[in-house]
Design a protein around this ligand. Structure first.
Ligand SMILES: [Zn+2]
Length: 396
C-alpha cells in the first residue's frame, strides 16, 4: 500500500488506482463510479469491457515510465450507447500523458533546443517538433498605447532581417514580422485586423528614418520616441572617432595607453574614481581637440539627463551652439541627426521610455538561434520567440 501511494504521488497519478507495477511499467485504472451517458444523459455504472492503453509519462529522476491504463468502457442500459470513461492523464496526443506534454512545453518556453527537449523528456525528435508546432500563438487583436519596434538578424524564412514589435509597458512581444521591407511592415500593421491603430500614443525606435516613415504612416496619431541608448551611442561614437584620429599622431607607447584607457573618456565624469579623474586630465591635456570632444560628450549626456522640458531645451541649445563653435566634423554630423530627431529625443528624455525590453528580446533571440543552430522556418521561429517571451506562466 505504501509503495502504491508513493508511485501515485511521484508520478502525479492522483485519482487512479495502481493495479500492478513491473519495473518501469505501471498498470493503473480509475475507480468505478457512475457516469452520465453522453447520448441519453442517464446515469450508469454498467461496465461493458476494458482496453489497455499504453501512455508515455514524465521521466522521474532520469527514469522513464510507461503507464498502462486499463480503460473502462461503460454501456448505457437505457440506450445501449458504449463510451469510455474520461481521464485527465491523456493529452490529445493519445500516447503521451498531459504531464509529459506540459513538460515539453515548459522546456520549449525556456532556451532549450528540440534535441535537448527530446532527450530530457525521453521522446523522439519528431514528437517534440509536433508538440511545439501545436502551439498556436494568435495574431494580435489590439494595439497597446506604447509600441516599440526594432530589427534583428534572424536569418529565417529567406530574409536576413526580421522586425519585432513589442509592448514595452506590459513587456510582451506583439508580433514578429518576417522581413523589414517597408511595404510588408505597413501591410502587416496598417490593416483593420488589429484594433486601436489610431489610438497608439508613442512608438519607440532607434534613429532609423525607414522606421520613422513607416511607423508615422501606420500610426498617424503616435509620437515617435528615439531610443535613449541609441541617442547616447552617437556621442560615444563621436568621442571614439576623435580619440582614434588624435592618437594616430602619438608615439606607440602613448597610442597604446590611450587605446587601453579609452573607457576613461567614455565613462561619465561623475562616475570616475579619484585616480581616474587624474588620469583623465592628463589624457585631455595632450590634445585640445580631444578635450573639446570630451566636453561635447559630457554635455550631451547632461542633455539626456534633463529633468524637464525647459532644462532640456536650455541644455540642447547650449550643446548645439558649442558644436557649431568647436566645428568638429564628427560632432557637426551628430548635431545634424540630433536636429532631425530633436522631438523624438526630447520625448525620450521626458517620458523615460526606451527600447530596453525589445533589445532584451533580441538578445534572447540571439541565444535561441545559437542553441537551435538557426531556425529556417519563419512560422516556427515566430511562434517559439513569442512563446518564450509571452507564455512563460502558461507553460509552467
Ligand atoms: Zn444512454
Amino acid at each position: 500500500m505504501l509503495k502504491e501511494n508513493y508511485t501515485i504521488e511521484l508520478l502525479n497519478l492522483k485519482g487512479f488506482n495502481v493495479i500492478r507495477t513491473a519495473g518501469n511499467v505501471i498498470t493503473i485504472c480509475l475507480p468505478v463510479k457512475p457516469h452520465i451517458c453522453p447520448q441519453c444523459k442517464n446515469e450508469t455504472k454498467k461496465i461493458h469491457d476494458y482496453r489497455l492503453q499504453k501512455v508515455k509519462h514524465l521521466p522521474v529522476a532520469h527514469t522513464s515510465y510507461t503507464i498502462l491504463i486499463k480503460k473502462r468502457r461503460y454501456k448505457c442500459p437505457y440506450c445501449n450507447k458504449q463510451f469510455y470513461e474520461k481521464n485527465n492523464l491523456l493529452s490529445k496526443y493519445k500516447s503521451i500523458s498531459t504531464d509529459l506534454r506540459k513538460s515539453v512545453l515548459y522546456y520549449a518556453s525556456k532556451l532549450f533546443n528540440t534535441k535537448q527537449i527530446a532527450d530530457i523528456c525521453n521522446l523522439s525528435y519528431s514528437t517534440v517538433v509536433r508538440i511545439i508546432d501545436s502551439i498556436i500563438i494568435p495574431k494580435p487583436t489590439v494595439f497597446p498605447d506604447v509600441i516599440s519596434i526594432d530589427e534583428f538578424k534572424g536569418n529565417t524564412g529567406g530574409y536576413k532581417f526580421q522586425c519585432v514589435l513589442t509592448d514595452p509597458i506590459k513587456k510582451k512581444i506583439i508580433e514578429v514580422l518576417p522581413n523589414k521591407n517597408s511595404e510588408d511592415i505597413y501591410g502587416h500593421l496598417a490593416n483593420n485586423d488589429i484594433k486601436n491603430r489610431l489610438k497608439v500614443n508613442y512608438v519607440i525606435m532607434d534613429m532609423s528614418n525607414q522606421f520613422r516613415s513607416i511607423m508615422t504612416n501606420c500610426f498617424p496619431n503616435a509620437k515617435v520616441i528615439a531610443d535613449k541608448f541609441h541617442v547616447l551611442r552617437l556621442a560615444n561614437w563621436a568621442m571614439e572617432h576623435i580619440r582614434k584620429q588624435e592618437q594616430k599622431r602619438f608615439t606607440d607607447t602613448r597610442r597604446r595607453y590611450f587605446k587601453k584607457s579609452r573607457f576613461i573618456l567614455l565613462k561619465r565624469r561623475h562616475k570616475l574614481k579619484r585616480n581616474e579623474k587624474i588620469q583623465l586630465s592628463q589624457m585631455l591635456s595632450v590634445s585640445v581637440l580631444l578635450k573639446k570632444a570630451y566636453i561635447l560628450k559630457e554635455l550631451f549626456y547632461m542633455v539626456m539627463d534633463s529633468k524637464n522640458e525647459k532644462q532640456f531645451y536650455k541644455r540642447i541649445y547650449k550643446w548645439l551652439f558649442l558644436v557649431e563653435k568647436y566645428g568638429i566634423d564628427r560632432f557637426l554630423a551628430m548635431a545634424k541627426t540630433v536636429r532631425q530627431w530633436l522631438h523624438p529625443i526630447r520625448r525620450a528624455v521626458l517620458t523615460g521610455y526606451t527600447n530596453g525590453y525589445t533589445e532584451g528580446c533580441n538578445n534572447r533571440t540571439k541565444v535561441l538561434k545559437r542553441i537551435c543552430f538557426g531556425v529556417r522556418n519563419f512560422k516556427r521561429f515566430r511562434n517559439r520567440l513569442m512563446f518564450i517571451a509571452n507564455c512563460k506562466k502558461a507553460a509552467g
